[in-house]
Design a binder for this molecule. Sequence first.
Ligand SMILES: NC(=O)c1ccc[n+]([C@@H]2O[C@H](COP(=O)([O-])OP(=O)(O)OC[C@H]3O[C@@H](n4cnc5c(N)ncnc54)[C@H](OP(=O)(O)O)[C@@H]3O)[C@@H](O)[C@H]2O)c1
Length: 246
Amino acid sequence: MSKKILITGASSGIGRALAYELAGRGYALALTARRLDALEEIREDLKTRHPSATVVVHPLDVVAYDTVPGVIAACAEDLGGLDILFANAGISRGEKVGQGRFDKARLTIETNLLGAMAAIDAAVAYFLEQGNGHVVGVASFTSFRGMPRMASYCASKAGLVLYLESLRAEVYRKNIHVTVLNPGYIDTPLNDMLKSRPFLVSAEKGAAMIAGMIEKKVKSSTVPVWPWCILGPLLRWLPTRVIAQF
Ligand SMILES: NC(=O)c1ccc[n+]([C@@H]2O[C@H](COP(=O)([O-])OP(=O)(O)OC[C@H]3O[C@@H](n4cnc5c(N)ncnc54)[C@H](OP(=O)(O)O)[C@@H]3O)[C@@H](O)[C@H]2O)c1
């Protein structure tokens, strides 16, 4: 039987590319994001490429916390069950501390951390009830070390990593798997304005790697594995005078 996955942030970038990758692998998909028109376009295209694919779409703003459980339940109902949550919706605004941009910082935490937690909380409730499930959270290599001009983004991703580690301990022996992904640079609208994106991979390549990691139910990985598996932990050891140049 085909696996059923719900993707948040499926209208663009990594979430969108993963939808194409998993449709090709026979998964049933629930695609969510704020832009319903973009999701409907993706559904039409997927149905053309894979006529037998199951693709449902639901608008979801992860910051509208009270609506999240209802949307997750509606997706599960449409798919006839749910095996995997891919908690991926996120933003990266970039702001300095103390420059009057607390509004941006707050929205980053609300979206990347609280929004992800809202989706994970609702999905885990569903998984506990059915006795199995798999939560995949998209953090970032920036969860390894706080970087300048990215304080709220780094904090949101480091917070998500610890939240998922706590969850993994809570659901130990409950047949619920937890995967933490820390991407490096994947080519998406989130970062295409940056001057430097070392070791960049395409969204399609990143999605294929992520699909493999989901299927192997890895506990935690950088994406791609190499060189970020070395660079990520190494960031922790760099002196602040080096990090300050970034
Ligand atoms: N690309 C990278 O190199 C990279 C590296 C590390 C981590 N990440 C993480 O990977 C995830 C996906 O990013 P991406 O690179 O694919 O960026 P992207 O192309 O900008 O896609 C972001 C997705 O999140 C959705 N989203 C944003 N705010 C939302 C909200 N309030 N409610 C629901 N959906 C929302 C967007 O859809 P709507 O606008 O339609 O809502 C969009 O589908 C993010 O969590 C990001 O932090 C990316």
